[in-house]
Design a protein. Sequence first.
Length: 141
Amino acid sequence: MSKTPLNDLENIAISITRAVGSVWSIIIHTIIFIASFSLVFFGIRLELVLLVLTTILSLEAIYLSIFIQLSVNYQARAIANVEQNIDEIAEDVEDIAEDVEEIAEDVEDIQEAHEEIQEDIEEIQKDVEEMTEENEEIKTS
């Protein structure tokens, strides 16, 4: 089975997608949100905190959607490869089934030939016995 080749950027995108979808990502984001809102207690205006946080979240969402789309594209290629491999395996199975049928026919032909040879041997043995008897009769007469 061939693996879908990835370039370095695709590997990075898939790694980021995996990392963002982890429990650690939830923990880190929660800490960042708490820290951002706690800046208000240190004298930073709430409007400024919300503006910066909203901007960062918007950029993060844009990049995450790109990373997710790259991951979806990779999965689509991987699925296409699997489908291709399944088709090739199905063809191989059909070929093997045909070969088995041909072997079965060959075995039947060999059995029939064996039976015919066996009959011929029996006829030859009878002929030899008859010739032996005739030869002995000729010797005794």
